[in-house]
Ligand binder design. Structure first.
Ligand SMILES: Nc1ncnc2c1ncn2[C@@H]1O[C@H](COP(=O)(O)OP(=O)(O)OP(=O)(O)O)[C@@H](O)[C@H]1O
Ligand SMILES: [Mg+2]
Length: 243
């Protein structure tokens, strides 16, 4: 193992010409620049979702049609990102939406693409705070970076009601990505029309065109585990009262 993502240029982005008198851009340079640009955005897979794999639970026990859809997205990652195609995970609480979305982001990070991962409340809070203490164009810069990154994952879309101003910023990011054909992955508990009430019809309409719908059904898997435990043949709890 060389430790470099690109062994040709050792992650410098440049290659020497055969005569050694000049340098030319390495084949990885575009991706290298994209991944550098994304560094100041949040691109952290939360600990719970790290190391997820198609071969292991919980993903191996999720409905196969939905898993296949995600598998084919990951397999064709470069094409999908080039076309600006995204995924829209919709379903009840605890059905695996974030798990699958994180798997896609992880695959894009592994492929050294620029990825930003936010829950909607956090994204909006970040936009608000950079706007409030904007000294050196931090706010405009943030919106530009969010618009340009290869893949933007927005989790919990519609989770909070927010101000018209903030929703306008969200619209401008989604619209910029829509126009430039850049991919977005979203997760939401809300039906399409409920979501439109929360974040605006124009934003939802664009997301609908950009994304393929991946519906997830079933029980809340967090809750299911708790019920499972109760059902097991447990010995009665010891009586801790003093005799
Ligand atoms: N099909 C499944 N089988 C077993 N465990 C699952 C399954 N789907 C999800 N889980 C587990 O349930 C928990 C919830 O998954 P996840 O966070 O992806 O749900 P979600 O749909 O995003 O929920 P929310 O709407 O609350 O954000 C996780 O611990 C995950 O590993
Ligand atoms: Mg979730």
């Amino acid at each position: 193992m060389s430790g470099y993502a690109c062994r040709d240029c050792e992650d410098s982005g440049w290659l020497d010409t055969p005569d050694g008198n000049a340098v030319v851009a390495c084949h990885c340079r575009e991706q290298l620049l994209a991944s550098r640009r994304s560094r100041s955005l949040s691109a952290v897979i939360p600990r719970r979702y790290r190391g997820a794999s198609f071969d292991r639970p919980p993903i191996s026990s999720m409905p196969s049609a939905q898993v296949d859809l995600v598998k084919s997205y990951v397999r064709q990652l470069d094409e999908r990102l080039a076309e600006g195609r995204g995924l829209w995970f919709f379903g009840g609480v605890g059905t695996g939406k974030t798990t699958l979305a994180m798997l896609v982001s992880q695959a894009a990070i592994d492929a050294r693409r620029g990825v930003a991962i936010y829950s909607l409340p956090r994204l909006l809070a970040e936009i608000r705070s950079t706007f409030e203490d904007d000294a050196e164009g931090g706010y405009v810069d943030l919106l530009d970076r969010l618009a340009e990154i290869d893949l933007l994952q927005i989790d919990d879309l519609g989770a909070e009601k927010t101000s018209a101003w903030v929703l306008e910023q969200l619209y401008s990011i989604v619209n910029a990505r829509y126009e430039a054909q850049r991919s977005i992955i979203v997760t939401t508990n809300l039906e399409r029309d409920e979501l439109a009430v929360q974040i605006g019809e124009r934003t939802v309409s664009r997301l609908e065109e950009m994304c393929e719908l991946c519906p997830l059904f079933g029980e809340d898997k967090r809750r299911f585990e708790a019920v499972d435990m109760r059902d097991k043949d447990q010995p009665p709890a010891p009586d801790l009262r003093l005799a």
